[in-house]
Ligand binder design. Sequence first.
Ligand SMILES: Nc1ncnc2c1ncn2[C@@H]1O[C@H](COP(=O)(O)OP(=O)(O)O)[C@@H](O)[C@H]1O
Ligand SMILES: [Mg+2]
Length: 262
Amino acid sequence: MAERKLRRRVARYEVKRLMREKRSEEMESLEEVFDRSTLMIVYRMLNRGYIKNIHGVVRSGKESRIYWGSGKRKNPIALKIYLTTSAEFRQGRVMYIQGDPRFKRTKMDTRSLVNLWALKEFRNLQQAKQAGVRVPAPIFVEGNVLLMEFIGRNGIPAPLLRETPLDHPGRVYDKIAEAVRRLYQKGRLVHGDLSEYNIMMVDLDPVIFDFAQAVLPEHPMARMFLERDLEHLNGYFSKIGVTVPSIERLTSWVVGEDGNQS
Ligand SMILES: Nc1ncnc2c1ncn2[C@@H]1O[C@H](COP(=O)(O)OP(=O)(O)O)[C@@H](O)[C@H]1O
Ligand SMILES: [Mg+2]
């Protein structure tokens, strides 16, 4: 018992020391934006070595902020920090959590919801990666802070699909459709917000990201989400001149109803 107490005291001391030592410009900007509990999570991650350094902000959205930094390994990491203050956060989110058998007992206050959202993104990324779908590899999650592989170079994220001129758009379409199918059949996931904004291009390979809202096929709205994802995909690629199959055919191919399980 005494030992545990002592260890806790040492940890607290360590966090304080880190707070003094790591007070870089990025840390200061972090401290302006995030509440105490978010900062404690980041400091704990620093303390345990999950984060070595935070280099800068990559993107600042209404509901989350992405930083890049370094972690335990050589490759850069991305920190996705969900804002716990966003008033609209709850809107339209509860339905992606209810109906997901992985997250049954839930408190539904905003803070719990934000934390669950981060955890859900982490689990979904794990599930997708295990299925062999190219996504940012998840590293660690605690509270509203998610660490994952940084996709890009020198702090600049890889271009989004919508920013990438394609020499062979048909091939890229096929790769994305394959990924959606693999995600469904092997990963048991429907992305739910698939679009040219949530796909980055690394050379000629699509990397799908932004997974918090993804649901299992058992979710009562999974089919609707899947069809909507595929409509976005078809919409974007037919606009740039690719001949695409009908939504019905594409959907049954993705779910394997045509007898072609992958
Ligand atoms: N793992 C990552 N590596 C590099 N850039 C990323 C990563 N995740 C997100 N980004 C960048 O941050 C932006 C917002 O990320 P996203 O996960 O889509 O957040 P939101 O939920 O706010 O849409 C992306 O468009 C991309 O440019
Ligand atoms: Mg997004």
